[in-house]
Design a protein around this ligand. Structure first.
Ligand SMILES: Nc1ncnc2c1ncn2[C@@H]1O[C@H](COP(=O)(O)OP(=O)(O)OP(=O)(O)O)[C@@H](O)[C@H]1O
Ligand SMILES: [Mg+2]
Length: 243
């Protein structure tokens, strides 16, 4: 990959479920070491976009390039093997497994096996709470600890890029701050990030740019530092929906 190659390039992507079209021609990119936000209200296709990139669902048209290569025909496990890692929305942990088992199991690809010890040390340093509770079962973890473990699972996959789907959903402001610090640390290592969130201020505290998603398309791109009228954006989405 040359230094100028984007980590991720989505062009005119269309996808959906059965008869419904959810992504109606989505285009965006994430630079090679960039943290980019994706904001949009419920049901406008953010998770569907990540599911399409990680090939949980099949793109209908358009293209997905990762590190310069077209990946939209690859099987999901091959996308993970290349290091494009999707940390899904909500709790997808195995309830009866312990923290350590969960982290070790996540490192199943050859590359991740190779990096297992380094990545495990990194995760346990990044989230000392997980280290303290290493033998605790996932079902007994708090919401914040689950989110930390979910990101930890992503990191154990030896990511070349991480896509985080609403990592702070339902967390207190204090825990949100803790997660923001962890995400900033991951980003400072040069790992490109696509951060899906519903909190514009949170996104812009971490990301240099963000895309606004509106009914399966990118409606606007906002750079950090630009004058952002949060109320205008909230009205644009929720005002019309609530009317
Ligand atoms: N497995 C599925 N089968 C059918 N329709 C689905 C499926 N998953 C999502 N959808 C529909 O696709 C649309 C987009 O959903 P999606 O989960 O991508 O939204 P989102 O932007 O991530 O929302 P949220 O902020 O609530 O997570 C919604 O109308 C949803 O009902
Ligand atoms: Mg979602």
């Amino acid at each position: 990959m040359s230094q100028n190659t984007n980590a991720l390039e989505i062009t005119n992507l269309r996808a959906g479920y059965d008869d419904s079209n959810v992504l109606l021609g989505m285009s965006l990119h994430v630079g090679s070491t960039e943290c980019v936000g994706l904001f949009g209200p419920n049901g406008h296709g953010k998770t569907t976009l990540l599911n399409t990139i990680s090939r949980v669902i099949r793109p209908r048209t358009g293209s997905i390039r990762f590190m310069g290569e077209v990946i939209d025909r690859l099987a999901p496990q091959n996308i993970v093997a290349r290091g494009l890692i999707h940390v899904p929305q909500g709790n997808r942990l195995f309830p009866d497994m312990q923290i350590m088992e969960t982290l070790e199991l996540a490192a199943y690809t050859r590359r991740a096996q190779h990096e297992l010890k380094t990545n495990l040390d990194y995760v346990l340093n990044l989230f000392p709470r997980l280290a303290e509770r290493r033998r605790q079962q996932c079902k007994t973890l708090s919401g914040g600890e689950r989110q930390m473990l979910s990101i930890g699972v992503g990191l154990m996959c030896a990511p070349r890029m991480l896509m985080l789907d609403e990592p702070t959903l339902g967390l207190s402001p204090k825990l949100k701050d803790e997660l923001a610090e962890a995400i900033a640390e991951i980003s400072s290592r040069g790992i490109p990030l696509l951060l899906v969130e519903q909190d514009i201020a949170f996104i812009l505290s971490l990301a240099g740019r963000m895309y606004l998603v509106d009914h399966g398309e990118v409606s606007r791109e906002i750079n950090r530092g630009a004058e952002v009228d949060h109320r205008e954006i909230m009205d644009m989405y929720f005002g019309s929906e609530g009317a």
